[in-house]
Design a protein around this ligand. Sequence first.
Ligand code: BDR
Ligand code: CA
Length: 305
Amino acid sequence: MSKIPTFLDMDPGIDDALALTVAVKRLQVLGITTVAGNVSVEHTFQNAHHVLRHLGQALPVTPGAQGPLYYPLLTAKHIHGSAGLGDYTWDTADVPMPQEHAWQWIWQRLQPTSDPCHLIATGPLTNVALLLLAFPESADRLASITCMAGGMPGAKLDKAAEFNVFVDPHAADAVFRYGRHLQMVGINVTHRALLPIKDLPRLKQYGRVGGMLFTLLSYYAHTSRGEGGDPEAFPVDDVVAVAAVDAPNLFEWKSMPLTVVLEGPLRGTVVISPLETKRPEVMVASSINVPEFFEWLWASFDISG
Ligand code: BDR
Ligand code: CA
């Protein structure tokens, strides 16, 4: 079966690094754009390069926004480490940052003659919003935009606002307004699919890449344990969005128009948009088959290339 051509927009970030590793195995990754979120855009850009070189992949990486559309940047260094990838020591040097911006880079690859490409966003949605605002036709040229973001309205959530939407609620709102073929994978599903800490040593059988993921995820398990309500397991949020594109049948989906609370105590909460605002329907993941998701995840590491 041919692999789905996909752009990744991310803020690596430890769970982004896992998502990148699995995406490279499962999908035809065309390139990575990076955004400020878990750490600065300088770090997310270098981190994408570090992980790719560990994977033996020479894919293009293009940096994007240095911060949210409106608010100052809030990072998650307390979860992902001061440079974004825990305390991992990289044996690869930093590379110069290109001048081009993420949204220009994606737009140039979305010409009418190109094959339909998908976009998976696993950081704050700033780059995706800027793509849709600067180049509105990109909405129809993308086969889908799948974001790890928010939580399904009406679902029982363990927190009101999810990080990627909280950090840049204006961007998320713009994506829900101007995007098309949208899919949202929120914490109502990612916090159901918790990875048991006792399973981490399984990663060590997958060579250098498995060793890297074992070190990164052991750090992350420690800093994020308890999120999702189980002290012996932790969420691996971003890779769930990769599953949504590669194996959508692992999920149940509900269609609804969405908007975002932009300020105040509920900042970053995703809510159903009133019908008269005429927003596009978003396919929202409403449940996940957890055992089959983990079968899919572990089988990813056996895929060569
Ligand atoms: C999201 O927040 C970030 O810290 C993770 O990388 C993930 O994208 C989960 O809420
Ligand atoms: Ca992320």
